[in-house]
Ligand binder design. Sequence first.
Ligand code: GLY
Ligand code: MN
Ligand code: MN
Length: 435
Amino acid sequence: MKNKNIYKLRRQKLMNAMENGVAILKGAPEQTRSHDTPYPYRQDSDFYYLTGYAEPGAACIIDPNNKENPFTLFVLPQDPKNEVWTGWRLTFAETMDQHGADQAIDIAEYDTYILKAMKSASKVYTNLNHEREHQHKILDQLRQVRSEVQRSGGGPEGLESIGSIVHDMRLIKDNHEIALMQKAADISADAHIKAMEACQTGMYEYQLQAVMESHFVYKGGSGPAYISIVGSGDNATVLHYIKNRDILKDGDLVLIDAAAEYDLYAADITRTFPVNGKFSEAQKAMYEVVLSAQKAVIEAAKPGVTFQELHDLDLRLLVEGMVEIGLLEGSPEEIIESESYFKYFMHKTGHWLGLDVHDMGKYMLDSKSRVLEPGMVFTVEPGIYVNSKSGAPEKFCGIGIRIEDNILITETGNRNLTEAAPKEISEIEALMAND
Ligand code: GLY
Ligand code: MN
Ligand code: MN
């Protein structure tokens, strides 16, 4: 059973921040995959964060002006004919009990309640990220309420994304979330070990994908947190390569960027290793550049440091390393100034991580890079990508390397949630030699 108090606490924080505003939120819609077959259902992240309710067909109103029933959850009613196909639904009483709702009501009545809640609100907050129909409904109702109460000077003055409050709340993870993220991280780290152990020349990229993803599910995850990337050779230089159809060749590296979702929380791990279990000299040289930059950035991540400072450090170390191994020529300062590194390193050092793999929360505050605080979780994922058409020295062509870990900022520094996934050359070679 869910810990309903966690969600209640979050709603209380939201209500304090909304003052006299009301939150009118819709759960994620079901999506058709083909004909009459849906995609596996996944709840909207903000909705889940505030309610813990993961079933389809729901909506909710969080209304600080409604003293008796501040939290109303609208759900699909009992429907024996349909439940034969999709499973039993909770009764309204069970929904109230299990999800801490002050009232649980048939979703068919949602519209009437929206109107009522809007009348006494100063502002309406809703989720703006999906379902245009719902947004139109909210706007129409807002217009209607405003026209009805205009002469008394009332009615909500505006519409705002719930994200303007909730995304900053989501940025600082509570202990409940950290435990779930650690679980997602552990399953994912284990899967990377399994893929390294299973890897053989002549296998296919999708077979490593299968090893990873079957482990995610076997361990109780809902599956991959994002589409798994398994790219060998030149494919590893394509940032979001998701075809995963090629054969694994002797002498190539393979890059796996794949991780599990657990109770809607994402991990996001990348490891890069040799198909045949042994790094070549050129691969080793490039790998060491990425690894030492990654370790230095993790070392530097602590409260008070900005996200941009971590990126600047990463970039400087990668560029210095690329000059040292002969991949770039010139002074690191000039290379950074002219951005000529960009053909080999073309993304940011990391991103927030949580319910969404590219999680919500601002990266800038008052035009300044955000300062890290305890409870923030983000990725550190430097890479160097040298495709075969890049014109780089031949020995580096067809090598793509990224190493990605998930870092939780603590009071005194950080905790690497994904440190169980091996990344030292010696560890990887030893693991892969054990067959
Ligand atoms: N897996 C997507 C990313 O690393 O951002
Ligand atoms: Mn990432
Ligand atoms: Mn990733």
